[in-house]
Design a protein. Structure first.
Length: 201
């Protein structure tokens, strides 16, 4: 059983979303062993937004059932794009329980604000779709200059969002996903390890 890791390595300071804390991993040796101190935002690197990220009284990351993040997932490939993603761009994956959108951003090694993102109509489609979780390879599912409405539409429907995935090693298709965030008490989000394996044809 071969799994493909969709997680960006930690830390990647150059990829930090402006305004977030810059992630660090500081190691020290003492008494023959090594210990590292990790410094990170709850939205550093590959991470999952819980509804509480934007929704007052929304589910926190520790309240989301783990099975939300485990099971069949469909990956759709939109090619290398920077423009807003409209409903027709994702409609082919809307019947899935879990959906991941590949936009070609995974090759970036520093933050680029001109990334593909959902427009509000696409966010409305997702919110009404019955999808359990949605993911994307960009720093955010919303435009860099967005108002937060895309997040509010999706998170307000109780749908967690996985952001900053590394999709360079996968193609479009059906997979089985395991995506587990850190269990941060009352967390608005958390870094996560996300892996998939190809579903049997």
């Amino acid at each position: 059983m071969v799994f493909i890791d969709l997680t960006r390595s930690f830390p990647e300071p150059a990829c930090t979303y402006p305004g977030d804390g810059v992630p660090e991993c500081r190691s020290s040796l003492r008494d023959g062993y090594r210990v590292s101190v990790l410094v990170a935002s709850s939205h550093s690197g590959t991470h999952i937004d819980s509804p509480a990220h934007y929704i007052e009284d929304g589910m926190t990351i520790d309240q989301i059932p783990p099975e939300t993040f485990i099971g069949p997932v469909t990956i759709i490939d939109l090619g290398c794009r920077r423009s807003a993603i409209r409903p027709e761009g994702i409609r082919s994956g809307i019947g899935s329980e879990r959906l991941i959108i590949k936009t070609g951003y995974s090759e970036k090694t520093s933050f680029d604000p001109e990334y593909a993102c959902l427009d509000q109509d696409a966010a409305d489609l997702v919110a009404a779709s019955g999808i359990r979780v949605i993911g994307i390879d960009t720093p955010s599912i919303e435009a860099y200059d967005g108002t937060g409405d895309v997040h509010r539409r999706i998170l307000g429907a109780g749908i967690p969002v996985i952001e900053y995935l590394d999709l360079s090693g996968v193609s479009a298709g059906d997979y089985y996903m395991i995506a587990l965030p850190l269990k941060i008490r009352d967390g608005d989000g958390a870094p996560a390890r996300v892996i998939v394996r190809k579903e049997d044809v």
